[in-house]
Design a protein around this ligand. Structure first.
Ligand code: F6P
Length: 550
């Protein structure tokens, strides 16, 4: 596809063919699609690693999928994929390679950036992390007063928080239960206060996680944490070395902060923040679950990386999931995408995916600098499913919006549950299966009447159905399965960004707010007359100062 047609994706024959197909399909329903193909339930499924992916409950036919794959070919999704895996600088606005796949490559792999194989460096850091994690876990590493470390507090934000915080919850049953692990991200002092108020400083390790080591929230919290530690220990700055380590790409800033670079675990500018929790950013997780489990997780990532790199288009799961999202977002006017895990341990999973997806694909300017004329990334949202059922599922079932959703569930409950609690698992999963059935097939007015419902209530009790869902089912939630799931979503996001022709790896959209916050702060603290402050904000700042008695 040439540059002209890239900027006018919506005028390409492949796009137009999809629009026409959508038109012809009209209001085709899932009941009809299943009636026309009795094999659909078993046939519209794919396997990747331990994940069974069922896409039968989507508003698609073989023809839809063929046309979507043609769009992927026309937009050269696999060409960009190969360039990413080769270490080319596909993050063009930052002139960086995009190589989170190298973080989970085996030791003998060769992946070059600017002529240098990055894999040995990745494994050297992983080995250092493993050594450090073992010293904390065994009690060999002690704090300033000689006491064993029992508490680990990760201070970071965005990609330096969401990944390890999410994965720690997901893999809770694999963690060392004698360790307390907490995550502080918010510059609201309440976050740090709650994290440390019941901790003994002598037994606490702070991990300062920041790719740039300039993020104001993180540096502010890290400075307050250091003050707290030194006050509690009644010690001088010599205590910092035993209680603070840094995860960063910026050794100079780490050193400026007062952390010895011997206590820094590095990563590289070719790792995007939201793609980084399998790098040094995962240190808190590694301490919690141990290096072996961490490596199992990396192997899970790698398995899906290899699948995405090598599987043909027809059986390539990230490609499929990406294209289904395009089908709804661009041809059905869907604005959002729900991710609904049926596992309590996945309670932070969707919050993690929000950054992965929305910071990657929330863009209106194409790779060529020209505003795109088609919808890009969806609003991603959701919470664990059974809780959602009693909150917002009403809108998914009977609201006026089309909300495609992913349902993620596991056949086995987590091993450490008691027999009584394990017995609840079938009820959990009965909800899982029932919901996708209800969403897909609904309930017709005749079915409602057949239940003897009064005529005036029939419209209220009718479910139109045709709400598309993907079901992702695995035997159990292991570290490897978590890695597989995250890699699946990373590559799904990649596919969509490639088709939409946007740079999924920059995040200029978060810069303006950061710059303005720095500019506004003196107006709050000193009442300074900040140039460029608009009238509305000026009035709000004045009100704030009055309320604070300033
Ligand atoms: O929110 C913007 C962002 O740059 C994210 O992309 C990143 O994950 C986060 O801030 C934290 O950045 P850092 O790791 O450099 O502190």
């Amino acid at each position: 596809m040439n540059a002209e047609s890239r900027t006018r994706l919506d005028r390409t024959p492949e796009w137009i063919a999809l629009a026409e197909h959508r038109e012809q399909q009209g209001g085709v329903g899932l009941r009809e699609l299943f009636a026309a193909d009795p094999e659909r339930g078993a046939g519209y499924t794919l396997e990747v690693g331990d994940l069974h992916v069922d896409y039968s409950k989507h508003l698609v036919t073989d023809e839809t999928l063929r046309l979507l794959r043609e769009l992927a070919v026309a937009t050269d999704v696999f060409g960009l994929r190969d360039a990413m895996y080769r270490g080319e600088k596909i993050n063009t606005t930052e002139d960086r390679a995009v190589l989170h796949t190298a973080l989970r490559a085996p030791r003998d792999a060769v992946i070059e950036v600017d002529g240098e194989n990055v894999v040995p460096g990745v494994h050297a850091v992983l080995d250092r992390m493993a050594g450090f994690a073992e010293r904390i876990r065994s009690g060999e590493w002690t704090g300033h007063t000689g006491r064993r470390i029992k508490n680990v507090v990760n201070i970071g934000i965005g990609g330096s928080d969401l990944g390890p915080a999410m994965a720690y919850e997901v893999l809770r049953s694999y963690t060392d239960r004698d360790l307390t692990v907490r995550f502080v991200s918010n510059v609201d002092g309440a976050d740090l206060h709650e994290a440390v108020r019941d901790l003994d400083a002598a037994e606490t390790l702070f991990i300062i996680a920041s790719k740039t080591f300039t993020t104001i929230e993180t540096i502010t919290n890290a400075t307050s944490a250091r003050d707290w530690l030194l006050t509690e220990l009644k010690a001088g700055s010599e205590a910092v070395a035993k209680h603070f380590v840094a995860l960063s790409t910026n050794a100079e800033k780490v050193s400026d902060f007062g952390i010895d670079t011997a206590n820094m675990f590095e990563f590289w500018d070719w790792v995007g923040g939201r793609y980084s929790y399998d790098s040094a950013i995962g240190l808190s997780l590694m301490i919690a679950i141990g290096p072996d489990r961490f490596r199992e997780m990396l192997d899970g990532f790698h398995l899906v990386d290899e699948h995405f790199r090598t599987a043909p288009a027809e059986s390539n799961v990230p490609l499929l999931l990406g294209l289904l999202g395009i089908w709804y977002g661009n041809f059905h006017d869907a604005q959002s995408h729900a991710v609904l895990p049926y596992s309590h341990y996945l309670s932070k999973f969707t919050a993690y995916l929000q950054q992965l997806d929305m910071e990657s694909n929330g863009k209106y300017v194409g790779r060529d600098g020209v505003p795109v004329e088609w919808q890009t990334g969806p609003v991603v949202w959701g919470t664990p499913g059974t809780n959602g059922q009693h909150a917002y599922y009403q809108l998914i079932h009977q609201g006026t919006k089309l909300i495609p959703a992913d349902f993620i569930g596991f056949a086995e409950p987590v091993a450490e549950l008691s027999d009584t609690l394990k017995a609840q698992h079938d009820l959990l999963m009965a909800n899982f299966f029932a919901q996708t059935q209800a969403l897909a097939f609904g309930k017709t007015p005749d079915e409602v009447r057949a239940e003897g419902v009064a005529e005036e209530l029939v419209p209220h009790k009718t479910f139109k159905g045709n709400h598309p869902t993907t079901t992702i089912l695995a035997k159990e939630l292991t570290p490897s399965v978590l890695g597989q799931l995250i890699a699946l979503y990373e590559h799904k996001v990649f596919v969509q960004g490639a088709v939409w022709n946007i740079d999924s790896f920059d995040q200029w959209g978060v810069e303006l707010g950061k710059v303005l916050a720095k500019r506004v702060e003196p107006a709050l603290t000193e009442g300074a007359d900040v140039p460029g402050l608009d009238e509305s904000t000026k009035a709000l700042v004045a009100k704030y100062r009055t309320l604070r008695g300033r």
